[in-house]
Structures are given as structure tokens and as C-alpha cells.
Design a protein around this ligand. Structure first.
Ligand code: BTN
Length: 239
């Protein structure tokens, strides 16, 4: 594992993408101060103080795109969940890769690929974690949010948390690339907070409402709508 620490940066994902050619496989780019963090679906990721995690993992598994790479966010999501559990809380996964505790968001993942011509230069898995955020700051976020320090009633050591995440991720990574989502399906489903509930999923500019039935062997969400029609969604966001 290589580390690039930046005192301050607009976005660790943007930095990782712009410098991808010079960053070795398995490099973690992280910062104390992210000034223009980006989230999924063109959203922003707010800066909530420097004791939180703003990081991007650069991966270079091969120079051609494979389907399993799109599941890497789910691997990271599982690993983050397992790390939260080490602190005694019960995280719930919101497909595909958000994590909530008591219905409030605690972390988010933004995956981006850098492709030049036909060549995949690398993947960037950006993650933001509310580790030590003050309640006043969380209340300004435009969706229900929490932070690990609030859930456990004490501050959390950022370096120790990050080390746990990276250790767990590296332990599973090679086997995951080889075996795909199936390797973690059961562990992922055990933490899924949305199964057998009615959900609305946004897919680009459309939304589909139905009962979330299952997660397939390839990590897709199986949903049955009000007309009993089955949808298998590979991308989207539960609202
Ligand atoms: C989301 O839930 O919408 C994803 C949020 C991802 C935020 C992280 S923070 C570090 C990295 N750099 C960014 O600009 N975004 C990701």
C-alpha cells in the first residue's frame, strides 16, 4: 500500500484521477481538508471538519475493463460496515454502497474510472466517512446524517480506523477480483437494510418503486413493482 497525504485539496478523487499515471496500484490519497468534495449523482460532499475521512483508493487491476470492477464499491461498502461493527455499532447497507446507522447516513462512496483510448488507466474509489463530526455541523447537511463519534459517545482515532479498513480490503481484494460479488454476497445481504421493503430507486432520470426482493450473484438489485413486474437493476440509487 502506498500513501499520498495532502494537507488540503479540492477533491481526493479529482487529484487521483488527474495524477493516475504517476500513482502506483493500491495508493491511498487522503487529506485533512477537502474543499470541493463530490458525491454521486452530481451531488456535493460537504467538508465536516478535519477529523473525518476524505480518501480515494487508486486501483490498477488490469488495463481492460471487467464487470467485477463495478462491484468494488460494494466490497468497500462491506469492509466499511465491518469496520464500523468493530466499534460496536450496527450499520445497514443501502444499495449499492451507502451506509446508514439508525437510518442516518454515515459514509458514502464515489467510484470513477480513468480510460484513455481503450486502455483502463485505473479505478478511483473515493470514500467519505463521518468519523468525528459535531452535531451542529451534521444538522446543516441536507439529509439525515450521523457520525461514529456521536453513535459511540467518544472520539475515534482516524489512523486506526483507516488502517482497519485497508487491512480488511486488501485481505479480500485478490479473491474478489477473481470470484466476483458472489464472494461477499451473503455478508453483504446480512447487512442490507432495504430487503423486503418498498423502495424507490432512481436510475438516471427515471425512478422505479417496488419491493426490494434480492441481491443477485452479480450485486444487482432485484425489485418487483406494483404491477408484479420484475426489474434487475445494475445501477441506481435508493432514494
Ligand atoms: C456519495 O455518497 O454521494 C459519495 C460521497 C463520496 C465522497 C468522497 S470524500 C473523498 C472522495 N473525494 C471526493 O470528491 N468524493 C469522495
Amino acid at each position: 500500500m502506498e500513501y499520498v497525504f495532502l494537507e488540503s485539496v479540492d477533491s481526493t478523487n479529482k487529484y487521483a484521477k488527474e495524477n493516475i499515471k504517476n500513482l502506483p496500484d493500491k495508493t491511498l490519497v487522503y487529506t485533512h481538508n477537502q474543499t470541493a468534495g463530490r458525491g454521486r449523482l452530481e451531488r456535493k460532499w460537504s467538508f465536516c471538519g478535519e477529523d473525518n475521512i476524505y480518501a480515494s483508493l487508486v486501483l490498477k487491476p488490469s488495463s481492460d475493463m471487467k464487470e467485477v470492477y463495478s462491484n468494488l464499491t460494494q466490497l468497500l461498502c462491506l469492509v466499511l460496515s465491518q469496520t464500523f461493527e468493530d466499534y460496536g455499532v450496527i450499520p445497514k447497507i443501502k444499495w449499492p454502497n451507502d451506509i446508514q446507522i439508525n437510518g442516518k447516513k454515515i459514509s458514502g462512496i464515489l467510484a470513477e474510472g480513468v480510460i484513455e483510448g481503450w486502455k483502463l488507466e485505473g479505478l478511483v474509489l473515493g470514500f467519505g466517512i463521518n468519523l468525528n463530526t459535531k452535531i451542529e455541523i451534521l444538522s446543516k447537511i441536507n439529509q439525515p446524517a450521523t457520525s461514529l463519534n456521536i453513535e459511540i459517545g467518544q472520539d475515534v482515532d482516524k489512523e486506526i480506523f483507516l488502517k482497519k479498513v485497508l487491512e480488511k480490503f486488501c485481505l479480500l481484494y485478490d479473491s474478489f477480483i477473481e470470484n466476483g460479488f458472489l464472494l461477499i454476497r451473503e455478508d453483504y445481504i446480512r447487512r442490507a437494510g432495504f430487503l423486503n421493503k418498498e423502495v424507490t430507486v432512481r436510475v438516471f432520470d427515471k425512478s422505479i418503486t417496488g419491493i426490494a426482493k434480492d441481491i443477485t450473484d452479480t450485486g444487482a438489485l432485484k425489485l418487483v413493482d406494483n404491477e408484479n413486474k420484475e426489474h434487475v437493476l445494475l445501477i441506481g440509487d435508493i432514494l
